[in-house]
Design a protein around this ligand. Structure first.
Ligand SMILES: Nc1nc2c(ncn2[C@@H]2O[C@H](COP(=O)(O)OP(=O)(O)OP(=O)(O)O)[C@@H](O)[C@H]2O)c(=O)[nH]1
Length: 179
């Protein structure tokens, strides 16, 4: 926690969204981008499951910073964290410094999905949150399936071992009482 005299540099919100007919409760952490707060915000990467890397389409500089963010995420976030690249302020067309293709190209290089969004007009806000949640769920579904397979294999093995441990002959018939 930041000392109370310091401004809060991490905003935290809860939201419920629906993905594939399933209600998912998500925690959204908005960390500060400013350099002087970065030691604090890096600590928050560790528990992230999905990350938006956001630049401002009216700022070439913010776009150039994305590579640095990606390397920070690679260093501090858990392996397998899902990432999406966002070009925000898409409503500011007249101030645009970063082409949509530049965003698409960078996202492709890093194997990320890409959206241009606007917090002012709501463009792609819901879509990008839904997509990131979907990716996180997909990643965890694989984990869950892995666990399930392991659990059923272990169960099958335990049953086999139990079966092998039973005495042979008539005592092993269905009439035997094991209680
Ligand atoms: N036109 C426009 N302005 C936006 C949009 N999103 C944010 N802003 C404005 O951009 C400024 C910065 O927004 P913040 O949400 O504080 O940006 P931030 O990246 O979280 O800033 P830090 O937390 O300081 O790193 C504010 O004045 C917002 O109103 C958008 O989609 N369009």
């Amino acid at each position: 926690h930041a000392p109370s005299s310091q401004p809060q540099r991490v905003d935290f919100k809860m939201k419920t969204i629906e993905v594939d007919g399933i209600k998912v409760r998500i925690q959204i952490w908005d960390t500060a981008g400013q350099e002087r707060y970065q030691t604090i915000t890096k600590q928050y990467y560790r528990r992230a499951q999905g990350i938006f890397l956001v630049y401002d389409i009216s700022s070439e500089r913010s776009y150039q910073h994305i590579m640095k963010w990606v390397s920070d995420v690679d260093e501090y976030a858990p392996e397998g964290v899902q990432k999406i690249l966002i070009g925000n302020k898409a409503d500011e067309e007249q101030k645009r410094q970063v082409g949509r293709e530049q965003g698409q190209q960078l996202a492709k290089e890093y194997g990320m999905d890409f959206y241009e969004t606007s917090a002012c007009t709501n463009l792609n806000i819901k879509e990008s949150f839904t997509r990131l949640t979907e990716l996180v769920l997909q990643a965890h579904r694989k984990e869950l399936e892995g666990l399930r397979t392991r659990a059923s294999n272990e169960l099958a093995l335990a049953e086999l071992e139990e079966e092998e441990g039973k005495p042979e002959g008539p005592a092993n018939s269905s009439k035997t009482c094991w209680c």
